[in-house]
Design a protein. Structure first.
Lengths: 254, 333
């Protein structure tokens, strides 16, 4: 099976600090791949390289087997890779519909759109409503509400809905439950499972082992800037995964 | 068990906060209306056609500058050089026309070009050298002002030496006894056009989101550097329009005109409810802000209040407006 997204030998240095020391990653069609690792293991740099937010110094990235080079988040987006950043990358003073379509606004048909550059506000609002409904996000009633008036979980839902609505190949989520309470985390985990049901593979970066073991099909363990192992959550225990992550144990079968 | 009804704090104050949060221009509109009523009661001369005409003329130049200043402040920037750009372009328009006999329209367009280039320089320094807008425009304020003195030889160009088109903005027509300058009409049209663009185009949204959260906008695929560059360039063009209004207002082009107009335009924007922290506000508010300052100065003068108290009143208005903005920002769902 050709990986949807593959990275080989990624290197990223910040001055004397080496964040990625030849990291590999493979994401297979339709799976949820969790990426875990200690602080400083290079998770964020790996994800930023895959989403176009940083340019790796060395290494290659392949989408559906074809090599790509991303010089901006826009390039990754054009390749069908949508990212939910830990900071969510939403504009608080804009409303939900505006945030969903931020950077890819739709214009009205005809002269109003082509000459006067008018936005299709009603159309975008309806589409936002549909996307939120499709993911079962019922707690948000009005897509015209400003994002800053939403709770943390609702904001997360908006960011996930945006990625799910526009991602055609891959959705990457960086610590989507880190800032959330128990009930809100539950809702976001359900969202992640729904994104997979839509047929989109997901890369999930998380510190939360129970969450990872609950939803992931495979677990990529990152250590010291490299991929240390890929394990099956059904055959490896949580404590073993943590032991591999911290270097207390060698991965099985290597 | 009966369901627990969640208590929602909907005191009058909270509702006002939400209303102001949703509609930033309500605040300045109410202040303007209230001040007009108060000053009309204080002086019967206040609402006479002649006085209204005077206020509109006084507001036209700063109001036009404030349109450009608004889009810069919406991106969380600030433009201290707007007055200097205006004066420089007014001198360029007037002097080129007066000395070379260039007709009005090309002289005007040349001025617009110079204004746009000045704005582009600001934008270039902000986006490429990544310097804070405050420092960039503090620097270019002096650069442009020096260029203005050098090119003009510190001499005023008289209106009689200029093509009539450059003085058009100062000409008037009469509605119900009130003489209105074409410069004021141009300001209203400019505000309407900018309000439309900010509200209805993708560029407008990107201006707000860039000011709201630069990194989030970049990660959302917005070319933030390009947005900022276009904002400073557009602002420069608008300052050149203000230069045209200025020439009409004083019927000449003076290298010493508009010395405090840069700060006055910031005052108008802030009183108009636009946040200095970016991402929040509206250009209509800035027009209202400019009118509020004009009405306050004029009304207090008519009421026989010393100029120094007018200045103090404007100062208090600024602080009240910014405090209000801080409060509105704390709005909760």
């Amino acid at each position: 099976m050709t990986p949807v997204l593959q990275a080989t030998g990624l290197v990223k240095r910040y001055g004397k600090v080496t964040a990625l020391a030849g990291a590999d990653l493979e994401l297979l069609p339709g799976e949820i791949l969790a990426v875990i690792g200690d602080n400083g293991a290079g998770k964020s740099s790996l994800i930023k390289a895959l989403s176009g937010a940083v340019i790796p110094d060395e290494g290659s990235i392949f989408v559906d087997g074809a090599e790509v080079s991303f010089s901006s988040p826009l390039d990754a987006r054009r390749a069908g890779i949508e990212t939910v950043h830990q900071s969510l990358a939403v504009s608080p003073s804009l409303d939900i519909a505006a945030n969903l379509f931020l950077g890819r606004e739709r214009r009205r048909p005809g002269v109003l759109g082509s000459v006067f550059r008018m936005l299709d506000r009603a159309g975008m609002r309806d589409e936002a409503r549909r996307q939120l409904d499709a993911l079962g996000i019922m707690t948000i009633q009005n897509p015209g509400q400003a994002v800053e008036t939403l709770s943390g979980g609702q904001r997360q839902a908006v960011a996930v809905a945006r990625a799910a609505a526009f991602g055609s190949r891959v959705v990457i989520m960086d610590e989507p439950t880190a800032a959330l309470g128990v009930r809100e985390s539950r809702a976001v985990l359900d969202l992640i499972l729904q994104v997979r049901e839509k047929g989109l593979p997901v890369i999930l970066i998380s510190h939360n082992m129970p969450h990872v073991f609950e939803v992931a099909d495979r677990i990529h363990i990152q250590r010291l800037g490299r991929r240390k192992a890929v394990v099956d959550p059904k055959s490896v225990s949580m404590s073993d995964a943590v032991a591999i992550m911290t270097g207390a144990m060698e991965p099985p079968g290597v | 068990m009966t369901a627990v009804v969640e208590e929602r704090d909907q005191s009058l104050l909270t509702r006002v906060q939400h209303l102001l949060h949703a509609q930033a221009t309500i605040g300045p509109a109410v202040v303007l209306l209230a001040s007009v009523i108060v000053f009309a009661l204080l002086s019967e001369r206040f609402l006479t056609p002649g006085n209204i005409s005077l206020i509109l003329q006084q507001v036209a130049v700063v109001g036009t500058l404030a349109v450009g200043q608004t889009i810069v402040i919406l991106t969380a920037g600030i433009d201290l050089s707007c007055g200097a750009i205006m004066v420089l372009t007014s001198i360029v328009m007037a002097k080129v026309a007066a000395e070379t006999g260039l007709p009005g329209l090309p002289a005007l367009l040349l001025g617009f070009l110079v204004g746009t280039l000045c704005g582009l320089l600001n934008g270039f320094l902000v986006t490429r050298l990544k310097l804070p807008p405050f420092i960039v425009t503090l620097g270019t304020l002096n650069v442009f002002f020096a260029l203005n003195l050098w090119y003009s030889h510190s001499a005023t160009i008289r209106g009689t030496d200029m093509p009539s088109l450059l003085l058009f903005t100062g000409q008037t027509f009469t509605v119900g006894g009130t003489r209105i300058t074409y410069g004021s009409i141009m300001l209203v049209l400019l505000v309407a056009a900018m309000a439309f663009v900010l509200k209805n185009t993708a560029w407008g949204r990107h201006v707000y989101s860039t000011g709201d959260d630069l990194e989030a906008s970049r990660l959302s695929g917005i070319r933030t550097a390009r947005v900022l560059l276009s904002v400073y360039a557009t602002a420069g063009l608008i300052y050149a329009v203000a230069a045209w209004t200025l020439i009409g207002r004083i019927a000449s082009a003076s290298p010493q005109a508009g010395q405090t107009d840069n700060l006055d335009s910031i005052t108008a924007v802030v009183i108009g409810g636009t946040s200095l922290f970016g991402g929040r506000g509206a250009v209509v508010g800035s027009l209202l802000g400019a009118l509020i300052v004009g009405v306050f100065r004029n009304g207090l003068a008519l009421a026989g209040v010393d100029v120094l108290w007018q200045t103090m009143a404007v100062g208090v208005l600024i602080i009240v407006a910014v405090s209000l903005d801080q409060w509105i920002r704390k709005v909760k769902a």
